[in-house]
Design a protein around this ligand. Structure first.
Ligand SMILES: [Zn+2]
Length: 120
């Protein structure tokens, strides 16, 4: 509905009648279920952690059950990954981490000119 400019009968400025329906104040919440205690609940986006691995098998999301405090880890398909990442869930990328440890510390070839000549 476009706003009609015939608001001559509105008593005051706009802040008298605030309309916050379209403001994204509330955080995104996701419905989840706990396999331990079978509770179902809604959790905000920052309660989840999305771990994206090199393959689909290692891609999962995890959260802590608010009822029994079990840490739940479930496989995340493409749709779930999309849903969670769009909702602002922290994303941890598992692949690529291994490259950081690939830097081999080369031992420098020290010049041997000052070799101690210890002839005992
Ligand atoms: Zn639980």
């Amino acid at each position: 509905m476009p706003p009609t400019p015939d608001g001559s009968d509105t008593p005051g400025p706009a802040y008298d009648a605030p309309q916050y329906e379209l403001t994204a104040v509330a955080p995104v919440r996701f419905k989840a279920a706990c396999p331990e205690c079978r509770a179902s609940f809604e959790l905000p986006a920052d309660a989840f952690l999305l771990a994206i691995g090199a393959s689909r098998r290692t891609t999962s999301y995890s959260f802590t059950c608010p009822d029994c405090e079990a840490s739940v880890r479930k496989p995340a398909g493409e749709r779930i990954v999309e849903l969670l990442s769009e909702g602002g869930v922290r994303t941890l990328r598992l692949h690529g981490v291994a490259h950081a440890s690939r830097i081999v510390a080369m031992s420098f070839c020290e010049p041997r000119s000052w070799d101690r000549t210890l002839s005992s």
